[in-house]
Structure formats: C-alpha cells, structure tokens
Write a protein that binds this ligand. Structure first.
Ligand code: C5J
Length: 222
C-alpha cells in the first residue's frame, strides 16, 4: 500500500488509484474575482488567487495519470427556486443572489461570473456538479456518480476552506469516504479560519480526515 505523508498520520491511498478523486470546490469567478458574490459580501477576493498555480499543477497530475476529477459550482436556477430566502437575504451585501452585477446575475447558473476560472476549466470526462448549497452532496447527484465509478477516496480542494470545502468534507466523511484536504490548494477570505479548519479536521486522531500539501500527494502518486 502507498501512503501520503499527511496529518495526523499517513493517508493510505487505495490500491486502485481510480478510486481516488480530486474534488475541486467552487473555483468560480463569483468567489475569486471583483464584481462577484464574494466581493458583494465585502471580502478581499484576490487573496484566493494564491492557490491557483498549485491547484492547476495538481489537476494536471490527475489528468496525466487519467484519474477521476470532480468540479463543483455553487449556483442557483435563474428563477431562484432552489435558493431559500434565508440564503438570499443573508449577508446584506451591495448585491444579493440573483441581482445583476458586473459579471451578470450573482450566483446564477450560466452567468459569466458563475463560471469556473479559465485556468481550471473542466475538460471532457470530468464530473461537473452544480450545487445550490454549501455541501456538494446536498441536492446533487454526486453520491450516485461516485458510487457508479467506485470512488472511495477524496482529495478536497477549492474555496472557501471553512464554508463549502469543509461542509463537503464533513458530508463525505459521514458517507464513508476517506477524505484529505489539500492544505495549499484551498483558501479562505479569513486566514485564521483556514488554519482553524485544517486543525479541526485533523484533531482527535483525524475526526473528519487528513490534511497534506500538494507536494506530498504528488510524491505518493508519481
Ligand atoms: C461561500 C463557498 N463562501 N464556495 N461559498 O459562500 O465557500
């Protein structure tokens, strides 16, 4: 068996690497660029850019090895029928979900600002999940798609660490997946929240899972 050098102890890779998926959460213009949802909520969105080169490199390793990749997008239907008022009204930003912004309607599926950033654009054969919530399992076909492909191990990346990435990791952990959060491929608007998340998932002997840097994963894979 092959292991990733990880916290709180070595992460065992599956014998068949096709059971390991790279999950890239919400690397969308809405969270990463001025004029989107993250900006409307008053965040410094440009600080999320720091992870793009490392994540792009890990994605290219997965593509070279032809291993499974999952991309998620947080978005709502144009009529907002899948956006509860509790979510739309929250935040008190300058622009709310569904409002017209500089990149199109905020957090609405198909709008320019809702797309994945060009550096990480999905390619044919990769799973793309449109999700209305924070977690990628809520109200999506993700469980069924992972089961169909026999995937048992997930590497969690993307933004933001303590919101959609951590929620998805917790959902996956409850469903029996062996989860590892990639430390330098996830980012938050709040550095202290990222740090706290990394610590809380690995506390108590890995209560939610493991964390490791991308280099440790690449070292175990190639
Ligand atoms: C947020 C996300 N922060 N993708 N979404 O609302 O983390």
């Amino acid at each position: 068996m092959n292991y990733v050098d990880a916290k709180p102890y070595a992460y065992p890779l599956p014998e068949n690497l096709n059971q390991l998926a790279l999950v890239i959460i919400d690397m969308q213009r809405d969270f990463m660029e001025p004029g989107g949802f993250g900006d409307a909520l008053g965040n410094d969105v440009l600080r999320l850019q720091a992870i793009v080169p490392t994540l792009k490199d890990l994605l290219s390793t997965f593509r070279q090895l032809q291993l499974p990749v999952v991309h998620t997008l947080e978005c709502h239907a144009p009529d907002l029928s899948d956006c509860p008022p509790s979510k739309q009204e929250r935040g008190k930003g300058s622009l709310k979900i569904g409002d017209e912004g500089p990149m199109g309607r905020i957090l609405v599926k198909g709008e320019p600002g809702n797309g994945i950033i060009p550096e990480l654009e999905p390619i044919a054969g990769e799973i793309v999940i449109y999700k209305p919530g924070k977690g990628a399992f809520y109200n999506t076909p993700l469980s069924e798609l992972l089961q169909e492909k026999g995937i048992t191990h997930l590497l969690l990346t993307g933004v933001t660490t303590e919101v959609c990435v951590q929620t998805t990791m917790r959902e996956a952990n409850d469903r029996g997946y062996e989860c590892l959060m990639v430390e330098d491929c996830t980012e938050s608007y709040f550095p202290e929240f990222k740090q706290a998340t990394l610590e809380m998932v690995t506390a108590q002997g890995g209560i939610v899972g493991w964390t490791a840097p991308a280099a440790a994963i690449k070292a175990a894979l190639v």
